[in-house]
Design a protein around this ligand. Structure first.
Ligand code: NAI
Length: 387
C-alpha cells in the first residue's frame, strides 16, 4: 500500500518502512564515516529501536564493531495499520548488521518484566557469554510491576502550574501553554517508571547470572536543559525521576565495586522525539535551539551525539570524562553560554509575527517526520510498499 503520514496533533499514527530503513542507513553511514571507536565488544541496549537507544546501538555495532543485543517494545503491522517506526528500524538494523557480519539479536517485549530479563540473559549466556557494556535508554509511559499493578509516568510540574510561551501547531501561532502540577502519586509513578530502579534490577540480574563482564560500563540518559524549562523538566516529575537515575548510577557503581562495573548518567541534548513533542513549551524551545545551533554549525542529532559520547567521552581517553556534578555531558554545546544567551534573547521577543523568521520550524518538522520514516531524501513515497 501507499503509506502516508497521518499526523494528529503531536503524534503520527503511521510509519513508512522504506523511510525508516533509510533513516537507519543514514545513521550507519555517518558512523562509518566517523571512524572506528576502540570500545566495548558485546553490548546490550535496552530501548534500542528509536532515538538515543537506536543511535547507541548503531554506534556500538558500526563504530565499535560490537555484537549487540537490543530490547524494545514495538508493534508489528496489522491489517491496514503500519508497524511502529521502531519495528521497521530494528528490522533494518538487523539486516544491515548481518550483512556486515556483526552478531545481532533483537528481543521485542516488555523490558520491565522478568520474562524479558530472563530471555535476554539466556541469549547472552548462549551466544556471547557476557556483555561488557549495557545501555539503558528506555522512555516509557508506564510500567507493569511484578505483582501486576500498572504505574504511569507523567510530565507535570511540582508545586505550582507553569505557564510559558507555546507554539500552537494547528495554526503556527505563538500563544501560552500551561502545564499542571502533579499529585504525590504522579510524582512517585514517574520515578518508578523513569527512575533507576529497573536499571538496577537489570544489572543485578546480569551479575547474579554471570552475564556481565568485570569492569563493564553501563549508561543511562538524562536531560537538564535551561532554567526556562526547569519547571516542566528538571524540577518537574521527570526531573525527580532523573535525580533517582543518578542516585541509582552511584548505587550500582558502589554495589558492583568488587566487579569493577561502573554506571554513568550521560546528560544529552534536547531533540525532537515522540515524548518531547507532547510537552507544551518544549517544541518552541527546540525550534529556537535548532535555529541557533544550526547557525553556529554545532547542531547534532541522536547519532552525532552518541558518536561523540562513545568516542570522546567514554572510550576516547584514558578516563571517562566526568563533570563536577558526577555526570557525563554531551549537552555541552546546547548549554554553551553563547548558545543559551542567543536562545533567551530570541525567546524574549518571539511572537506569531516573527516566529518563522526567528525559529527553525521546518527543522523541527523535518525531524518529526523523519522519526516516522517520512520526508526522507531518496525515498519514493508514491509507490506501494509492503508494510
Ligand atoms: P524514544 O521514545 O525514542 O525511545 C524509547 C525506547 O524505549 C524505544 O526503543 C522503545 O521501544 C523502548 N521502550 C519503551 N517502553 C519499553 C518497554 N516497556 N520495554 C522495552 N522497551 C521499551 O526515547 P528517547 O528520546 O531516545 O529517550 C531515551 C532516553 O534518553 C530517556 O531516558 C530520555 O529521558 C533520555 N533523553 C532524551 C532526550 C530527548 O530530547 N529526546 C534528551 C536527553 C535524554
Amino acid at each position: 500500500m501507499v503509506v502516508e503520514p497521518k499526523v494528529k496533533g503531536f503524534i503520527c499514527t503511521t510509519a513508512h518502512p522504506v523511510g525508516c530503513e533509510k533513516n537507519v542507513e543514514n545513521q550507519i553511514r555517518y558512523t562509518k564515516e566517523n571512524g572506528k571507536i576502540d570500545g566495548a565488544k558485546k553490548v546490550l541496549v535496552i530501548g534500542a529501536s528509536t532515538g538515543y537507544g537506536l543511535a547507541s546501538r548503531i554506534t556500538a555495532a558500526f563504530g565499535m564493531g560490537a555484537a549487540t543485543i537490543g530490547v524494545m517494545f514495538e508493534k508489528e503491522a496489522t491489517g491496514k495499520r503500519t508497524a511502529t517506526p521502531g519495528f521497521y528500524n530494528t528490522r533494518a538494523f538487523d539486516e544491515a548488521a548481518k550483512k556486515e557480519g556483526l552478531y545481532t539479536k533483537s528481543i521485542n517485549g516488555d523490558a520491565f518484566s522478568k520474562e524479558i530479563k530472563d530471555e535476554v540473559i539466556a541469549t547472552i549466556k548462549k551466544d556471547l557469554g557476557q556483555v561488557d557494556m549495557v545501555v539503558y535508554s528506555l522512555a516509557a509511559p508506564r510500567r507493569i510491576l511484578a505483582d501486576g499493578t500498572s504505574v504511569s509516568s507523567s510530565l507535570k510540574t511540582i508545586g505550582e502550574p507553569f505557564t510559558q510561551k507555546n507554539w500552537n501547531f494547528k495554526d503556527n501561532t505563538i500563544g501560552e501553554g500551561t502545564i499542571g502540577s502533579a499529585t504525590e502519586e504522579e510524582i512517585a509513578g514517574t520515578v518508578k517508571v523513569m527512575g533507576g530502579e529497573d536499571w538496577m534490577e537489570w544489572i543485578d540480574a546480569l551479575v547474579e547470572n554471570d552475564a556481565i563482564a568485570e569492569n563493564a560500563v553501563t549508561l543511562a540518559y538524562s536531560y537538564i536543559g535551561p532554567k526556562l524549562t526547569y519547571p516542566v523538566y528538571h524540577e518537574g516529575t521527570i526531573g525527580m525521576a532523573k535525580k533517582h537515575l543518578k542516585e541509582s548510577a552511584d548505587a550500582i557503581t558502589k554495589k558492583q565495586s568488587a566487579k569493577g562495573i561502573k554506571a554513568y548518567v550521560s546528560v544529552n541534548k534536547a531533540l525532537v522525539t515522540q515524548a518531547s513533542a507532547a510537552i507544551p513549551v518544549v517544541p518552541l524551545y527546540l525550534s529556537v535551539l535548532y535555529k541557533v545551533m544550526k547557525e553556529k554549525d554545532i547542531h547534532e542529532g541522536c547519532i552525532e551525539q552518541m558518536n561523540r559520547l562513545f568516542k570522546d567521552k567514554i572510550y576516547g581517553n584514558d578516563a571517562v570524562e566526568i563533570f563536577e556534578d558526577g555526570m557525563i555531558h554531551v549537552d555541552d554545546w546546547e548549554m554553551r553560554d553563547d548558545v543559551q544567551s542567543t536562545v533567551m534573547d530570541i525567546w524574549e521577543k518571539i511572537c506569531t509575527e516573527n516566529f518563522l523568521e526567528l525559529a527553525d520550524a521546518d527543522g523541527y518538522w523535518d525531524d518529526f517526520y523523519h522519526m516516522f520514516g517520512f520526508k526522507m531524501d531518496g525515498v519514493d513515497y508514491s509507490v506501494d510498499v509492503e508494510v
